[in-house]
Design a protein. Sequence first.
Length: 401
Amino acid sequence: MGMVYEVKFEVVIVGGGSGGISVASRLVKGAPYLKGKIAIVDPAKKHYYQPLWTLAGAGEVKKEVTERDQQSLIPDGAELIQEAVTSIDPDSNSLMTGSRKEIHYDYLVMAAGIQINWDKIKGLKEAIGKDGVCSNYSYDYVDSTWESIQNFKGGNAIFTHPNTPIKCGGAPQKIMYLADDAFRKAGVRDKSQIIFASASDSIFAVKKYANTLEKVITRKEITAKYKMNLIEVDSANKLAVFENSGTGETEKIPYNMLHVVPPMSAPDFIAKSKLADAGGWVDVDSSTLQSRKYPNVFGVGDCANLPTSKTGAAIRKQAPVAAGNLLSYMKKQPLRHAYDGYTSCPLITGYNKLVLAEFLYENKPAETFPFDQSKERFSMYVLKKNILPVMYWKGMLKGIM
């Protein structure tokens, strides 16, 4: 098995994505005495601003602008351990990495994101990235989406949405609206059928925004098929195989382009740990973000079982709560910070058009701007494309917004 190498930090943060780095930045700012006592554990060499992948897949931005070197984003006072966590033992306040490094902690922040399960759809791994099968859910494949849109000459363009929680719930349909615009511009839309095949039973969970999206689908003459979960890509015959969650029957639909959103889950090492709930997610209090079972553990972002959409905007509001409450807990003070479920889905409905959905727990709209955000607007498209990325790199990751 090889030697076990042991190290100890006061705070260990699992995950170097938007949640992990934001929390680390806030801890270093809020408690300078923690400098040098914080470790971020994440195997990734690169860090991505994933919300722009929709626009990369639509040819609006180059994917390279979404990438940064991971080490360059780590705040001073935190150490990056570039390894994958393989197991966590919260009873002994320790975790193990792939190279047999045992990391001990006094306090743990779980920010490990979501696991994308490409292998859960039969035939997808062999098909992805070529012959019209594409996905915006990977830096490696996002260019294939734009290629597929440009090469599309008519027939069926299918856009899927799986039957699991996913990051950015609106992303499966955003690229479809952009593709519709691109097909019209290329003069192939009248020879095409666009199908939204979603395992959900409606277009969007929040009624106010769903009403707008229903109108977009009607205007764009898109066929929405609900309770349809993609289970197989038969690339030899160019067939997408779906299972209907209502009837259990399968349906095969021929495709000329197929944008796949793979099923997702909590990372395996979390699901098999004592931190998880029955669904495999980190089990935290939905307001304080403290683990329900281990008070020295906090959870943020996509890996937590919070009943809200898994988005970067949600993490922006969760990070100050987790960091603030962790510092309170260290000082044996009451946890004063509360997260209200805020999340946001900037729903792109076409080139230069966007509906900015913002809502809290129980799908209650909670809008920032003094106008009706359920209307499609150019200003909100500019916000997403040009302003939010700057806020992310210069503000959120630095712990100042």
